[in-house]
Design a protein around this ligand. Structure first.
Ligand code: XMP
Length: 319
């Protein structure tokens, strides 16, 4: 009978057989899939693996520190942390079209990843946290007409001139199995149970032009929302929850004064695969408590809305 312990042992043997004495690079994103892939591969081949974490400056609060702390200090994985926030934010300046934002971030990601990979002296293999549903999706995508709603950017989407062989140890697994394997490998629950987060990060939760100031503001709102969700014991019942910074200013009243500040939206959905989603039915007491904290604690925000759109017709992200 099949157990995660047996899968782990077999996967390690397979990785060793495939890689031999070769060198492997892995793009870490902080997400579950690349994290589990990295720890599993590290267990198989140790320092033949180097992880590259390209920090675009659009992660959630404390996320980069957590990723670097976990993988470098706790698992002793060779890790390059490249802070490229100036580059990304510089190139995003003046860009407000959602697809141009996505493409800009995707292109820079590849450029920076490649630069670091070359600086390392190259590698023989590229590790990716591809899951079974990704395999199915790319097979069926070639079999018939498809509509691209958003150009997805992922760590693994490298150009063909970087022709490295792929190491994809999670290809047979579904998301819940990857989480189980992650726990088996001792990866902290904060990473294993984390909500999905899009490759372009907060950029697609800031409609209009992205700036460092807006990203900082959004991080504060997001942190409060997630703190309250965790405190209410709802985190694991929700597929994804996050805040969106709206490019709208509205009038409010604070003490004796009038405010004219930005509005934000909160989004929380349930889903099994991200393809369809339902709005999470918070009770009104929860929502008003979160809204109260946000307008009181985040200077620059004076209005909070809750997005009650399902997918379809909405998408989960706003861009
Ligand atoms: P949408 O907004 O299309 O999102 O309903 C569906 C799921 O995909 C995530 N998402 C992304 N994930 N790179 C990713 O790795 C991306 O570019 C990207 N865009 C959206 C989104 O967070 C949701 O879980």
């Amino acid at each position: 009978d099949w157990t995660m312990g047996a899968f782990r042992a077999e996967a390690i043997a397979r990785i060793r057989a495939q890689v031999g004495t070769g060198r492997v690079v892995c793009g870490l994103s902080g997400g579950v899939d690349s994290s589990v892939a990295a720890v599993l591969i590290h267990e198989a081949i140790g320092d033949q693996l180097t992880c590259i974490y390209v920090d675009h400056g659009l992660m959630r609060a404390n996320e980069s520190e957590q990723v670097v702390g976990t993988f470098r200090d706790r698992f002793n994985i060779r890790l390059i942390h490249r802070d490229a926030s100036d580059l990304f934010l510089g190139q995003l300046s003046g860009v407000s079209d959602p697809e141009v934002k996505r493409k800009t971030i995707g292109r820079l990601f590849i450029e920076v990843f490649e630069e670091e990979q070359v600086r390392l002296g190259g590698a023989d293999f590229l590790a990716q946290g591809t899951l079974y549903p990704d395999v199915i999706e790319s097979v069926s995508a070639t079999g018939g007409p498809s509509v691209t709603i958003k150009s997805h950017h992922n760590v693994g989407g490298l150009p063909s001139h970087m022709r490295m062989k792929l190491v994809e140890p999670l290809r047979d697994l579904f998301k819940d199995e990857v989480r189980e394997l992650g726990r088996e490998l001792g990866i902290p629950e904060a990473i294993v149970g984390r909500h999905p987060f899009p490759g372009p990060g907060l950029a697609i939760r800031i409609p209009g032009e992205v700036t460092r100031e807006k990203a900082d503001l959004l991080r504060k709102v997001d942190t409060i929302f997630l703190e309250e969700i965790r405190a209410a014991g709802l985190y694991d019942a929700i597929w994804q929850a996050f805040a969106v910074l709206l490019p709208v200013r509205t009038v409010g009243v604070m003490g004796d004064g009038r405010t004219y500040d930005q509005a934000c939206a909160l989004r929380a959905v349930t889903s099994t695969d991200g393809m369809t989603a339902d709005v999470y039915p918070f009770d009104m007491g929860f929502l008003t408590r979160v809204a109260g904290r946000i307008v009181n604690e985040v200077r620059g925000i004076n209005r909070v809305t809750y997005d009650i759109t399902s997918k379809p017709p909405g998408t989960i992200e706003w861009e």
